[in-house]
Structures are given as structure tokens and as C-alpha cells.
Ligand binder design. Structure first.
Ligand SMILES: [Mg+2]
Length: 241
């Protein structure tokens, strides 16, 4: 196999969060389960929530679309509502917002550990003085970074909260990666981006990053290459061996 590029040779390295720095999917799965088990019990909905529901209705979908899809599978209709609905509202948006509250609860209760290989790479980049940023679609990025104890490693954290505030188009559009590079004061064409999702790899490739690293946590190497990844690894540990 060809040697992997030296990431310290780039002006900066921009990292996706969920699935790249932290195994956040497990926390999301647990939060959905907790939230729907409570809801199903309260509303006497059957059949009960199972892990299968996560993959059939929630995984990879926007939060509200996932809620609507799962409720429809139980023949339950509630009004869509509005994203500003409180978590107590019995609307699709309210229930979606409730999941967010439960997510924060689960995160606080169980914590989250960064992938050891990602931590080691961050150590190497810090030692070399290479600036690093987080580019996440998540609105929980700050909480996840704090829970993992790595928030202070990043000068710039571009997340779903900032993207919404600044009207930046979400991945796969290049906007969030390009804006994070601007905030860091670096040129994307001299920087590297690291992603585990097809939409994220597309975003970084469209932003013309000099190096787009795909981390294959299950999406599949060829799919990441087809989306624009220049190199694909199973874990960021491979960059520090
Ligand atoms: Mg990801």
C-alpha cells in the first residue's frame, strides 16, 4: 500500500465530528430508544420500539423526518408543528426536540470517549503546530466535544448552530468546510479535510480541499472514493503509525 500523506504538511486539518472524532452514533441510538420507549408507554403505542426501528426510520434521516416516519409505521398521526416547538409539544417537531433533550441527558450520564486513534493524530498535529477545526452538521457538537474532553483542542468549531445562524448550506454543499477554513485563516487548497460520510466527503471535495480523507466506519471504501476521497483509512490511527 502507498504511504499515507503527512497531515502535518498541510496548513490545517478540518475534522468532521460524529464518526470521525467520536463514536456519537451510539449515543444517538440510545437517545432515540429512550425517548420513544417513554413516548410509546405514555401513548400506549404498539408494537414496542425496537433497534430495527432505528435503522428503518431514523438512521441518516433529518430528525423530524425520522420522527414522522416512525410514528407513521405505528399509524400515529400528529401535527408537524414548527422547529421552535418546545420539547413538551406533541408535534413531530416537539418530539424531535425532545430527542435532543434526551440526547444531552444520555451524553451527560454516560459520557463519550474520542476514538483513541483520532486522539493520537490530534496529539501529533498539535505537536507540529498544525491548526485543527471541527466541521459538524450537529447542533450538539459543543456538548459532544466537551463530554469527550477535547473542546479546547480546536480553535474553530463550525457546527449546526453556526450554520443555521449564518444561513450556510449544509453538507454536501461546500459552504461549511470553506467557511471554517476562512475562520481558521487558511486556504482550502492547502488544507486537509477528514470525513466518514458520503455527504461530508462530497462537501470537502466541492470545497477543493487539497486532501480529502475518508474514514470508513462502515460506509465502504469505494463509496467514499466515488464521493471524492483521495485516501481512505479504517481509523485515523493509520496516520500515526
Ligand atoms: Mg460523520
Amino acid at each position: 500500500m502507498d504511504a499515507l500523506p503527512d497531515l502535518t504538511a498541510y496548513d490545517a486539518v478540518l475534522f468532521d465530528l460524529d464518526g470521525v472524532l467520536t463514536p456519537t452514533a451510539e449515543v444517538h441510538m440510545h437517545a432515540w430508544q429512550t425517548m420513544f420507549e417513554e413516548l410509546f408507554a405514555t401513548w400506549d403505542i404498539s408494537p414496542p420500539y425496537t433497534e430495527r426501528d432505528y435503522f428503518d426510520h431514523l438512521d441518516g434521516k433529518k430528525r423530524y423526518d425520522g420522527v414522522a416516519s416512525l410514528l407513521r409505521s405505528r399509524d400515529v398521526e400528529v401535527p408537524w408543528g414548527d422547529p421552535s416547538d418546545p420539547p413538551s409539544a406533541d408535534t413531530v417537531c416537539g418530539i424531535g426536540n425532545r430527542k435532543n433533550v434526551v440526547f444531552e441527558r444520555v451524553l451527560r450520564a454516560e459520557g463519550i470517549a474520542a476514538y483513541p486513534g483520532s486522539l493520537r493524530l490530534l496529539d501529533v498535529l498539535a505537536a507540529a503546530g498544525t491548526p485543527v477545526a471541527v466541521v459538524s452538521s450537529s447542533k450538539n457538537a459543543e456538548e459532544v466535544l466537551a463530554a469527550a474532553g477535547i473542546r479546547d483542542r480546536f480553535v474553530v468549531v463550525m457546527d449546526g448552530v453556526i450554520a443555521e445562524r449564518d444561513h450556510l448550506a449544509s453538507k454536501p454543499a461546500p459552504d461549511v468546510f470553506v467557511e471554517a477554513a476562512r475562520m481558521l485563516g487558511v486556504d482550502p487548497t492547502r488544507s486537509a479535510a477528514v470525513e466518514d460520510a458520503i455527504s461530508g466527503v462530497r462537501s470537502a471535495a466541492a470545497g477543493e480541499f487539497a486532501l480529502v480523507v475518508g474514514v470508513d466506519r462502515g460506509v465502504g471504501e469505494q463509496h467514499l472514493v466515488d464521493a471524492g476521497a483521495h485516501v481512505v483509512v479504517k481509523d485515523l490511527e493509520e496516520f500515526v503509525q
